[in-house]
Design a binder for this molecule. Structure first.
Ligand code: PMP
Length: 424
């Protein structure tokens, strides 16, 4: 496959759009970022006319595939009613009700536009509730691109110092210094207990399964231990389920592991591609948002986005997406394991049918420090080669699967087979 038209467009566009892309996470892609003409189901069509099986899925949101009928129909109908009213609609109440039914920690809901913003709301609630200012996050966990949380996420931890007392490492030039931030390696309950015992931490925030870097499950008992340490020290526990929410299952990681956080951040699959996120949580904390904790946003609960949210959550609540994706994602993971084994390539595949992580090597990392020891360059090469065989996967190893992928598993596995055989 050739991507020449995309390359020309990106080069020309770089004169008017910084780097030719509108999110940092869309650059650095090999052979270069692509320009797309259309998306349908599991397939993206780029401006070169290539049809690509898409495992980016918009970086996670498209659980029901691209342009699924229930969402498209709801959005079309809403366009005849309203776009933005700077007030309330019944749509947002219906969507909020579904969230409270689906997500164990969701007693009260507030919608935002992006995951990054909803994280900020959660941190504000936690600080208000505790009267403390420090937030504890974990190395490798991504909670959006804002200054106060984008620490020790990437690319390396060379300057982070010892695991027991890491120094936060900035991810961007121009970032404000780390203020009121504590950082630890994940999956070590003792380190959390020791840090929380000081009694100054407002909130612990984590991805309950670490999918942004590596794909690491919580060690048995870890989430429970952090929950206990939070309770013992009067600290709020925040699960950032922007990726895990609605992908691990309708109730996210908190349902899967049976550990209920105080606050949860949701996004991505919540609205199947429309810009919607939410902070939800226990009534006693979220009530603060009804009072003196400010959470705002011109575009919060924009009507069209809410129509998409309600349609998506209605599908999710039916359980049908999981019945569809379950066997497809499982067949894909098993097929990949077999292809790699046949080719003599060591690989680790971790996760769930709708979101899993493929990594080369035998290392079973517990945390980001260990994950960084793996040879990531080889996987980046593999992802670049796979694109030439019509399959688009994230170079960091995450595979997102939608309800539309069932017809494309065989083509995907045969593309993987060809790449591993070294043919183009
Ligand atoms: N939290 C997690 C776990 C995420 O994966 C992301 C986005 N990749 C965010 C927060 C930020 O969400 P958004 O990009 O919608 O601001």
């Amino acid at each position: 496959m050739k991507f020449d038209v995309s390359r020309q467009r990106i080069e020309a566009a770089s004169a008017i759009v910084a780097g030719g892309v509108n999110s940092a996470f869309r650059s650095g892609i090999r052979p270069h970022p692509l320009v797309f003409a259309e998306a349908d189901g599991a397939i993206l069509t780029d401006v070169d006319g290539n049809r690509l099986v898409d495992y980016f899925l918009g970086m996670g949101p498209m659980l029901l595939g691209h342009r699924p009928a229930p969402v498209v129909d709801a959005v079309r109908a809403q366009l005849d009613r309203s776009i933005l009213v700077a007030g309330q609609t019944d749509l947002e109440y219906a969507a909020a009700r579904l969230l409270t039914e689906l997500v164990p920690s969701a007693e009260l809901v507030r919608f935002s536009v992006s995951g990054s913003e909803a994280v900020q709301a959660a941190l504000r609630v936690a600080r208000a509730a505790t009267g403390r200012s420090t937030v504890l996050k974990f190395e490798g966990h991504y909670h959006g691109w804002f200054d106060n949380v984008m620490w020790s996420v990437s690319p390396t931890l060379e300057e982070a110092g010892p695991a027991e007392a890491p120094v936060p490492v900035a991810s961007s030039l121009g970032q404000q210094p780390a203020v009121d931030l504590a950082v630890l390696p994940w999956n070590d309950a003792d380190l959390v207990r020791q840090r929380l015992a000081r009694g100054d931490v407002a909130a612990v925030i984590m991805e309950p399964v670490m999918f942004n870097n590596a794909g690491i499950l919580p060690l048995p008992g870890y989430l429970e231990a952090v929950r206990e340490a939070c309770d013992a020290s009067g600290t709020l526990l925040i699960f950032d389920e922007v990726i895990t929410g609605f992908r691990i299952g309708p109730g996210g990681a908190q349902q899967e592991f049976g550990v209920t956080p105080d606050l949860t951040v949701l996004g991505k699959a919540l609205a199947n591609g429309f810009p919607v996120a939410a902070v939800v949580g226990k009534r006693s904390y979220m009530d603060l948002v009804a009072d003196r904790v400010v959470h705002g946003g011109t575009y919060n609960t924009q009507s069209v986005a809410m129509a998409a949210t309600l349609a998506t959550l209605t599908e999710i609540a039916s359980g049908r997406p999981y019945e569809t994706i379950g066997p497809v994602g499982t067949a894909l993971m098993e097929g990949l394991r077999k292809e790699f084994a046949d080719a003599g390539v060591e690989v680790r595949i971790v996760g769930y049918p709708a979101v899993f992580q493929v990594r080369f090597g035998t290392v079973r990392p517990r945390d980001y420090r260990e994950a960084l020891q793996a040879d990531r360059a080889a996987y980046v090469d593999f992802a670049a080669d796979l694109l030439h065989h019509g399959v688009r996967v994230l170079p960091r190893g995450t595979w997102f699967v939608s309800t539309s992928h069932g017809d494309h598993v065989d083509a995907t596995l045969s593309a993987v087979h060809d790449v591993l055989k070294g043919s183009r």
